[in-house]
Design a protein around this ligand. Sequence first.
Ligand SMILES: [Fe+2]
Ligand SMILES: [Fe+2]
Length: 296
Amino acid sequence: MVPAGSLPAPTHVIAHLSDVHLLAGDALLHGHIDTVSQLHKTLARVEQSAQHFDALVLSGDLTDRGQPEAYTLLREIVDAVGERLRVPIVMTGGNHDERRALALGLYGIDTDEPQDGVTLVRGLRIISMDSALPGFHHGGFSDAQYDWLSTQLARPAEHGTILVMHHPPIRYHSPMMQLLDFEDVTRLRAALEGTDVRAILSGHLHVTSFGTLGTIPVFVAGGVSYVDDAGAPRELLVGVDGPQSWNLIEVHPDDVVGTVVPVEQHKSWPAISETVLEHIASLPKDQRRTVFSTKR
Ligand SMILES: [Fe+2]
Ligand SMILES: [Fe+2]
C-alpha cells in the first residue's frame, strides 16, 4: 500500500526481539511459559506485519539455561524465518546463556570466547556483543572486547552502526535489576563517543524501556518469553504472561525510531474505514494532511 504521508521510507528496518529464554523439550519457564510457542507466536507476528525487514535481531537470553539442544532448536526456528524474510539473523548472548553451548549450538565452534560479530546490511553496520560476564548475571565487556569494538568503529559505515548488547547501558528502574546492570557504563560511553553508533538495542529488563547513553538512544525490547509487571511495587519483580512484545526499529538518514509491537493478538477493528483510506490515498500528497487532520 502507498503510504498516505509524504515522508520517505526508512533506509533500514530491524525486527528486534529479546529474552526468548528458550527451553528445549516440554519444560515450562517458571512453571508458566511455553517458550517455544512464545517464540513461534512472536515470529509469526513479525511475518504478519507485512513489513520489509533488513535484519532480525535477538538481543540475548536466547535460552534460559544454556541447554545445547535449546540452541539447536533456536537455530532451526529462526533460520526458517530468516530464509522466508531473506534477512540476516543477528544474535548475542545474555546472562542466561552459556558461551560454549551457544558457540557450538549456533555456530558450530567449540570455544568459550564471546561470539561478537559484525553484520553489514546495505551500508548499515550491526555490531553484536556478548555483554554477559561468565558466572554472573550482571554485565560488562572485557578489555579485549573494548579493544575489538574500537577497532571495528575506527572506520565509520555508510549508514552508521547499531550496537546490539544484552545488558542495556542505562539506569534501571527496578532496584533488584540495578544489581544486575552493565557494570561500566562510563567506560562504554567514552568508547562510543565520536563514533558512528546511532542506537543501542538491548533486552534483559523484561520491560520495554528507553534511555540514552550520552547522545545515543537505547531501545530495550520488552521480552518474548514473559515480562515484568512495571505497574507492580517497584521493589518487586513480578512475571506477567500477556504484554510480551518486540520492537520494530526504523532507521532513517537522520534518526532512529522504535515502535513496540505486542506479541498477543487482541480483539481488533479497523480504526479508519477502508473508504476513508482510499479517499486519502486518492488525494494529491499536499492535500492529505489538511483533509485528514481538520477537525469536523
Ligand atoms: Fe532475560
Ligand atoms: Fe538477562
